[in-house]
Write a protein that binds this ligand. Structure first.
Ligand SMILES: [Zn+2]
Length: 73
């Protein structure tokens, strides 16, 4: 159904957040050069989160066995 388009012909013109994307890390307006981030710093942080997150999951599984064999701290 395209009733929406007929009822709101200006709907396509109203783009509140689509044009104003913000950095997912710090919330500042993103910079074209570092999209979708605001700076290289935030881009690195996001990458770090990703790597840390993946590492954590993998490490967590191994830590369970390692800790047992290591006897904890
Ligand atoms: Zn940022």
């Amino acid at each position: 159904m395209t009733d929406d388009a007929t009822e709101n012909p200006n709907h396509g013109k109203i783009i509140p957040l689509a044009r104003r994307r913000r950095c997912p890390i710090c919330g500042q307006p993103q910079v074209h050069a570092f999209r979708p981030f605001c700076s290289q710093r935030c881009a690195d942080q996001d990458l770090g989160r990703w790597l840390t997150g993946s590492y954590r999951i993998a490490a967590d599984e191994e830590a369970d066995v390692d800790e047992d064999a290591d006897g904890g701290s």
